[in-house]
Design a protein around this ligand. Structure first.
Ligand code: SF4
Length: 76
């Protein structure tokens, strides 16, 4: 099991919906369709949360597909 952190630079999110429609376990939308991390700490500009599941590679793939390139995944 790998512990990792997801960070979203919400300030530059274009609300395309890709991350939270493909991976609702880690990403969700706010009232303006801007993405945030499920169960994470979220401010207007930033959202981050930690996970220790088996899905880091899947999350990395979602991050690589984000058109705004604002999802970052780091191993803890
Ligand atoms: S994929 Fe990127 S731009 Fe699209 S909603 Fe998610 S964080 Fe925002």
């Amino acid at each position: 099991m790998v512990k990792y952190k997801i960070t979203i630079n919400r300030e530059e999110c274009i609300a395309c919906g890709l991350c939270y429609s493909e991976d609702p376990k880690h990403f969700e939308s706010d009232d303006s369709d801007i993405s945030k991390v499920v169960g994470g700490e979220t401010t207007e500009d930033l959202s981050e949360g930690e996970f220790d599941d088996e899905e880091i590679e899947n999350v990395r793939e979602i991050a690589s597909e984000c058109p705004a390139e604002i999802i970052h995944v780091t191993e803890e």
